[in-house]
Design a protein around this ligand. Structure first.
Ligand code: FES
Length: 110
């Protein structure tokens, strides 16, 4: 079985995150990684930390960004390309909530 090696950029697309600008953020990310075979930008149904959105998860790296603003996107793109993190907005959410989502992602539920 082939192992998934691509980085997935999962952007919540549910109501709360959308109301805080997730749609434009996902659009910018998709443009930045168009044709990039190692990074795939996808929308995600909901991470369950809606009040902290827009939420974005980088997987399998397990970088969880919350409260992402459009102004953060260039730095986020660079970090994804470099394999680094934007510390000031990374992993600020409840570790238990993150763990639940990572379990789903590990099980292949995207
Ligand atoms: S609406 Fe985005 S995490 Fe639920």
């Amino acid at each position: 079985m082939e192992t998934e090696k691509r980085t997935m950029v999962l952007v919540c697309h549910n109501v709360d995150c959308k109301s805080r600008g997730a749609e434009e953020i996902v659009q910018r990310l998709k443009e930045a990684f168009a044709g990039h075979d190692q990074v795939e930008v996808r929308t995600y149904m909901c991470f369950g930390t809606c009040h902290e959105g827009p939420n974005i998860v980088i997987y399998p790296q397990r970088h969880w960004y919350s409260g992402v603003q459009l102004s953060d996107v260039p730095e986020l793109i660079q970090a994804i390309k470099n394999g680094t993190r934007v510390e000031r907005i990374c992993d600020k959410t409840d570790p238990n909530a993150r763990g639940l989502i990572y379990n789903l992602l590990d099980a292949g539920v995207y």
